[in-house]
Design a protein around this ligand. Structure first.
Ligand code: SAM
Length: 344
């Protein structure tokens, strides 16, 4: 749920076919919708003013400001004996499709592609009992789940194939790995879907080890960003050499010498990353020829970018754990040609 104050409501009224057309024009002309400076600015503003009752000001793509009220800990009425409680504020990065979605016109300005949300809990008005509690996997369950899946993954044919493919790559200039949206780790279960997050973390841990082995001991970092991590995830991942970063520090770490891993995120990671850097290797959901309606959609601009700069091979992992992933490797001779950085 996004929460804005009256000033922002005025701004919603500015929504016009001209604004929609202008945003589409900016996107088509290559104007970067996400820059590290802008993302850093939002982060600093949240750190300055992100306490309950304050307002956070975020500059839109047109240079005008939206204000978001910070409400964590507060509650509001819902229907049928329930009330909402606002959880901590989180940053939402919207795609071009989200901004121009006709079903969403009127909810926010098409220039407002970075917004502040609050996750919501619901509770019974009378008993105050939370009706949608978030289950927190215990420290021991996280440790066992990750240990078990790491063993299974390292023994798998998929990992052997991936290791072989990485071994064939020449002249890689990689100094870190940044993973997005791998999700909180669940207790190990028979049902494959519950082990997705564990297997996805096993992937980054094993790749990190491989990179360290082939880099003659240079200090290659491995970072992971997902606002849903628990303190147990953070603690256990640290023991495997993975440092959890708060949003948006993961984005601020991404540069042209990074391996980016992103699997089915709830925000537009593809559109953010392709605007802020040209990572050496990217492992994420296949870029399709037609845009799908989802939280991390492809776009014509993204397809042009990936075709211009990357070779690829299919990720050899089990779809139940990883979905349809592709490994994109930056072509050595790719040029700066299509980086447009000024407002046309
Ligand atoms: C659909 S789940 C995917 C989880 C897991 N990768 C999988 O394939 O099952 C989307 C994930 O995106 C995460 N997410 C949302 N906003 C994010 C952000 N700004 N940075 C990184 N992850 C984010 C959510 O917390 C959630 O864990």
């Amino acid at each position: 749920m996004s929460d804005t104050d009256d000033e922002t409501d005025d701004r919603k009224d500015e929504i016009s076919s001209e604004a929609v057309a202008h945003v589409r024009y900016l996107y088509d002309s290559g104007f970067p919708f996400f820059t590290k400076d802008r993302i850093r600015g939002v982060y600093e503003e949240l750190q300055r003013n992100g306490q309950p009752g304050n307002k956070v000001r975020i500059e839109g793509l047109d240079g005008k400001f939206d204000q978001f009220k910070i409400r964590n800990g507060m509650y509001c009425d819902e229907e049928e004996g329930l009330e909402y409680i606002f959880e901590k504020p989180i940053i939402h990065y919207d795609s071009i499709q989200g901004l121009l979605d006709p079903d969403m016109v009127g909810y926010w300005s098409p220039y407002t592609n970075i917004r502040i949300y609050h996750q919501l809990l619901t509770r019974d008005k009378l008993t105050k009992r939370i009706t949608n509690p978030v289950y927190v996997t215990s420290l021991e369950e996280v440790r066992v789940s990750l240990g078990t899946t790491l063993q299974m993954w390292k023994a798998s044919e998929s990992w052997k194939q991936l290791k072989y493919k990485f071994g064939c790559l020449q002249n890689l200039n990689i100094n870190k790995m940044v993973a997005f949206a791998l999700g909180p780790i669940q207790a190990f279960a028979e049902e494959k879907h519950s082990n997705r997050s564990s297997f996805q973390h096993a992937l980054i841990i094993s790749l990190h080890e491989l990179l360290r082995d082939v880099s003659n001991g240079s200090d290659i970092k491995c970072y992971a960003q997902d606002p849903a991590y628990t303190k147990h995830d953070t603690a256990i991942l640290e023991t495997f050499g993975v440092t959890v970063l708060p949003d948006p520090e993961g984005f601020l770490e991404v540069d042209d010498s990074t391996i980016v891993v992103s699997i089915s995120p709830n925000v537009a990671v593809k559109q953010v990353v392709s605007d802020i850097a040209r990572p050496a290797i990217i492992i994420w959901n296949r870029i399709e020829e037609i845009d799908q309606r989802c939280t991390d959609p492809d776009s014509p601009r993204l397809r042009t970018w990936i075709l211009a700069h990357y070779d690829s091979f299919d990720f050899p992992g089990d779809w139940d754990y990883f979905g349809d992933l592709v490994v994109y490797i930056q072509r050595p001779n790719s040029t700066e040609g299509d980086r447009v950085s000024s407002l046309a």
